[in-house]
Design a protein around this ligand. Structure first.
Ligand SMILES: C[S@@+](CC[C@H](N)C(=O)[O-])C[C@H]1O[C@@H](n2cnc3c(N)ncnc32)[C@H](O)[C@@H]1O
Length: 315
């Protein structure tokens, strides 16, 4: 198993401060990974509980062994988009803080057999949940050229998406799209006027990964459910690494923290309800330059937090 020390938790201290972890609180780490944030939360608990989830069985195994000494921790293999099932099954009634540390972990990226990285050759896999069938090879085989173009544009902001999709389709028709090196080669062939490795290789891998794992769809569902489980004054803290992720977090938090306008059939306002949530971070919290030097993966991180108002009851 890869070394858990390889993944350095991003903005860990500030994340715990924003979650206001109390010794008797109930917390969810929705993305346990190597257990870096989870370990810090567990160390603050006395009578409280921590439910740590990850959809990746390897991450679950790692966090389970890392946190074995903490009886207050339950580590569960699950997608955070099914919090509504996982939390009642774990006997949880309401939660004081939920952390989403999005994207991939260093262990996933650094293990070439997982197929996440363009920097080493491996199978075209990219599944976070290795128990599912839809890996990158299957996704790229089934997707139409137009779907590939859309994913490259939406998730990778890839300019020459059409050229790259053409090469991907040509390679797959020739049965030459089995490995991560084949996908990287398709991008290089499409952009053969660029010397060296085009920057698009990284963004194409990121876009395909986001499509294979349906990351934004799960994020929307996960946030929606997380809100319903928050106790009064409970908080959601989300760390994103991609503009698409941050847009989902920002827009969701903004919508929750605005007064709700209930309309009459003719479109006039019938009732203005106070928002259920308040914004804790007006602007995203960014890592310090010291942290980005120490941990380059933290460079693109943005952290946002919201809090459930005291007057609104928990579910
Ligand atoms: C950046 S890592 C988390 C690292 C962790 N905070 C730590 O300190 O070690 C993100 C993790 O989220 C997991 N993940 C991504 N999407 C998920 C989802 N929808 N449900 C559950 N886990 C998810 C990934 O498998 C990965 O292990």
């Amino acid at each position: 198993m890869p070394d858990s020390a390889a993944h350095v938790p991003v903005m860990a201290e500030t994340a715990l401060e924003l979650m206001r972890v109390r010794p008797d609180g109930v917390y969810v780490d929705a993305t346990a990974g190597a257990g870096g944030h989870a370990h810090r939360i567990a160390a603050c608990l006395e009578t409280g509980r921590l439910i740590a989830l990850d959809r990746d069985p390897e991450a679950v195994a790692m966090t389970t062994s890392r946190l074995a000494a903490y009886s207050c921790v339950s580590v569960i293999q699950a997608n955070y988009s099914v919090l509504d099932t996982v939390l009642p099954d774990a006997g949880v009634h309401a939660v004081d803080g939920i952390l989403f540390d999005l994207g991939v972990s260093s262990m996933q990226l650094d293990n070439e057999s997982r197929g996440f990285s363009f920097q080493s050759d491996g199978p075209l896999d990219m599944r976070m949940d290795t128990t599912t069938v839809m890996d990158a090879a299957v996704w790229l085989t089934r997707a139409t050229r137009e779907q590939i173009v859309q994913v490259l544009r939406e998730y990778g902001d890839v300019g020459p998406a059409g050229r790259i999709a053409d090469r991907i389709v040509a390679r797959r028709d020739q049965q030459r799209l089995q490995r991560t090196s084949d996908l990287a080669a398709a991008v290089e062939e499409a952009l053969d006027f660029v010397s060296g490795t085009p920057v698009e290789v990284r963004t194409v891998f990121q876009a395909v990964r986001m499509a294979v794992n349906e990351e934004l769809k799960h994020l929307e569902a996960g946030l929606r459910q997380a809100k319903e489980w928050l106790a009064p004054e409970g908080r959601i803290v989300a760390i994103s690494f991609h503009s698409g992720e941050d847009r989902v977090v920002k827009n969701t938090f903004r919508a929750w923290t605005r007064p709700q306008l209930l309309l009459k059939p003719d479109g006039r306002v019938r009732e203005k309800r106070a928002p259920e949530m308040k914004m804790v971070t007006r602007k995203p919290v960014l890592p310090t330059s010291e942290e980005t030097m120490r941990n380059p993966r933290s460079k693109s991180a943005k952290m946002r937090a919201v809090e459930r108002m005291r007057s609104i009851g928990a579910p």
